[in-house]
Design a protein. Structure first.
Length: 255
């Protein structure tokens, strides 16, 4: 049961409006106010905000419909769910072969890496984290991959005011260092991090491409740094195999 004391009334009213427009569009402020029993001033402010953020479309007759943002969000949900379902068996295979944890990440709207899916390893010291966890892209393998395959305009917009926070002695802290690293990622087809975000954590990551040859995610094996150097070739090949198989199943082709 939802605790009413935690419900934000202004947001709750906005969601009521969106629910209404999902079943009956082309409504004006007065109509929405009457149907939902919310005063006109409140409805006007809600619609003004939603329209300003492209969540609703305003017609020339000052009627409202759901905006294109919901179409985009809907496509994203379907796309991401599809990517996860396709990725699971390949990520699980890598985790089983190595005993290490395998993660999939994307860049979210704040340009942070967010964990989309995980297959946790069964080795005693395998790295654990939660789905939805956010990481700065400059200091993790997945982030480097995702940045490396952005177009120049998007990459520049991210780096323009980027905060190169120094987490560990190995963390990249300058734009020039990062750009050189991204060039290396594109050249070799994978990224690595070693004691860059967390002391004791290392990783290899590779891109996941869709049928449009767009990098839509990154897959990464993350392991204790004490193993770095001992299993590098194995872990790199396992990661590249997973990324290629996932991409192939998403329709990606080199031709």
């Amino acid at each position: 049961m939802t605790e009413k004391k935690y419900v934000l009334s202004s947001l709750n009213n906005a969601l009521k409006v969106l629910d209404l427009l999902s079943i009956k569009d082309n409504l004006g402020v007065a109509e929405i106010s009457k149907i939902l029993d919310i005063d006109k001033t409140t409805v006007f402010k809600i619609m003004y905000t939603l329209h300003a953020k492209d969540f609703v479309f305003k017609t020339t007759e000052k009627k409202y419909k759901l905006g294109v943002k919901f179409f985009n969000y809907g496509n994203l949900v379907v796309e991401r769910q599809s990517v996860i379902e396709i990725s699971k068996p390949f990520m699980k295979t890598v985790s089983t072969h190595t005993g290490q944890s395998v993660f999939m990440g994307i860049l979210n709207f704040n340009n942070q890496v967010i964990i989309l899916h995980k297959e946790e390893g069964d080795s005693p010291n395998s790295i654990k984290t939660r789905i939805g966890y956010e990481l700065a892209p400059h200091c993790v393998g997945m982030g480097k991959v995702l940045l490396a395959y952005l177009n120049e305009t998007k990459l520049e917009s991210i780096l323009k005011e980027y905060n190169f926070r120094n987490y560990c002695p190995n963390t990249i802290t300058t734009r020039s260092e990062l750009l050189a690293e991204l060039e290396l990622v594109r050249k070799q087809g994978y990224a690595q991090d070693h004691n860059e975000r967390y002391i004791g954590h290392s990783a290899f990551a590779a891109p996941v491409f869709d049928d449009k040859k767009t990098c839509i995610a990154a897959v990464s094996i993350v392991f204790p740094s004490e193993l770095f150097g001992q299993h590098n070739e194995e872990y790199i090949q396992e990661t590249l195999w997973a990324s290629k198989e996932i991409s192939r199943n998403l329709g990606y082709s080199l031709s």
